[in-house]
Design a protein around this ligand. Sequence first.
Ligand code: AMP
Length: 415
Amino acid sequence: MRVLLVGGGGREHALALGLVGDPSVAGVIAAPGNPGIAGLAELREVDATDPGAVAALAVEVQADLVVIGPEAPLVAGVADAVRAKGIAAFGPSAEAARLEGSKTFAKEIMTAAGVPTARAHTCTDAASTARALDEFGAPYVVKNDGLAAGKGVVVTDDREAALTHAQECGRVVVEEYLAGPEVSLFVVTDGEAALPLLPAQDFKRVGDGDSGPNTGGMGAYAPLPWAPPGLVDEVMRDVVHPTLAEMRRRGTPFAGLLYVGLALTAAGPRVIEFNARFGDPETQVVLALLETPLAGLLHAAATGTLAAHPPLRWRDGAAVTVVVAAEGYPASPRTGDVITGADRAGIIHAGTRRAADGALLSAGGRVLCGTATGPDLAAARDAAYALVRGVGLAGSHHRTDIAAAAVEGRIAVPD
Ligand code: AMP
């Protein structure tokens, strides 16, 4: 089959690697792609958030499947426009993507479906925000209600900072703080049948020891040696299937990738957030371990035939990815710096571009990541850091503790 892949970040580079590794794939076209994807796929320019333009490109390149990576095109209705042309699209409709596009909507669905999550209030003015902050107490959690590329959340003990963030966002969700290790669970679904991928953990804060502001994600690993047995089954039963049923009941079934962000609290798993697409950088590690051909899996979800798909197969061992970020990320990343050492297997491009003279330049906050597998987490971690040490980028920074606590057995689920 011919696959059109929409997007141009690290997640899409990881998806491209998975797609070209599927023997049923005859060609991948990526739009807009990036210099890392250029070695795997034909690149085309497109405004990824213009549903008409993406659908026209899908027709032009005779795609059998369109895989939509980022959230903004989904919320804009790209999957709907592609399906309207009779082409299979992996990704939810605009209506269903509201699970990610609006935190308030996601809470509404969770409440209706009886899904365990943090108690929350939607606030639009300073007085109601202050009341909600005082009801839940510190640490304060304030979330931008709209899409914020994973960066609209402030978790702080500083009440003033929480109020300021709320004021800057306009409409926010204020919620109770959930204490416990976090898990990202990706679920491939056609709206009814659902297959969980391996649980992963990502690192949202910019600095070692979870210090500094939240980012889009600074690294990830999978699987989780400390996860309780039965966790995935429990989340499928208590979170995923009730959510999918509620979406069907409303006439807006969710088909695509349901990303369940969880905190494993003393009271059990609680949903922190839903996303409507693969998470970045967890995709890099989860797909590195997936043995089942990726395009066939996504095509089954896109065509309502997932119930007939064989069980997923996984490689033994573990995978770790470490993000190399530009100077100034996340507040004000500097771009345009020359990158060296990026043309190696395992280097996944996220924010890079090719200059006219062929030099590779930084073009975003998260510039690239080193992704490696190994027989165990410690070996995968060493290999990922070896990749990162070989990258040259002036002023760049990365966390030095990705997967360290898991390797050292320092993660405990509260009971
Ligand atoms: P979100 O964009 O909703 O995933 O939030 C980004 C990050 O903020 C999460 O990965 C958590 O680390 C943190 N966070 C969000 N909500 C909560 C909460 N209710 N309690 C504790 N931490 C949270």
